[in-house]
Design a protein around this ligand. Structure first.
Ligand code: ZN
Length: 179
């Protein structure tokens, strides 16, 4: 039997991560950095989003933020105390902070972001005694698919010499020698 707790079987996490991956690929089709997120409440998906920063000309329109807004509207509550966030890539400081604000109890992410990740890589925002909420974290779900999508995107962009330094900085795990 499925539940939304961390005891949930890994294949359930993989199932929802595939929805986030689908959103990441959809973002990529809009020339966005391919990161996707979805939010599940009670074994039901209530929000799914890919990055929209370029699409919306909005620096805050990361997949996680867009999904949080959609989920809060769907739930009719700005607190999402029974929701699980699935994100293809380790959230940045802004998104991890937003997860705290939303009181999300569980975050599941795919691959680390060695540059901007603010959950495990830097800052440990989801597990800070300076903040008034802590988030349980499960990482590494469909990790290689999530990471490969990002690496291929930036590899293609660099080959076209279109990528800015700032954007390439969000791809953590692609050494320059890979290009
Ligand atoms: Zn973010």
């Amino acid at each position: 039997m499925l539940s939304e707790s961390a005891a949930e079987p890994i294949d359930a996490h993989e199932h929802w991560m595939r929805e986030a991956l689908r959103a990441a690929r959809e973002a990529e089709s809009r020339q966005e950095v391919p990161i996707g997120a979805c939010i599940v409440i009670g074994n039901r998906i209530v929000a799914v989003a890919g990055n929209r920063t370029r699409t919306d000309c909005d620096p805050t329109a990361h997949a996680e933020i867009v999904a949080l807004r959609e989920a809060a509207q769907a739930a009719g509550n700005y607190r999402l105390g029974d929701a699980t966030m699935y994100a293809t890539i380790e959230p940045c400081a802004m998104c991890a902070g937003a997860l705290i604000q939303a009181r999300i109890p569980l975050l599941v992410y795919g691959a680390r972001d060695e540059k901007a990740g603010a959950v495990d890589t830097h800052f440990q925002i989801c597990n800070s005694d300076k903040l008034n909420h802590r988030i349980e974290v499960i990482s590494g779900v469909l990790e290689s698919e999530c990471r490969d999508l990002m690496q291929q995107f930036f590899k293609d962009r660099r080959q076209r010499s279109e990528v800015s330094d700032q954007e390439s900085g969000t791809l953590a795990e692609t050494p320059a020698s890979d290009v």
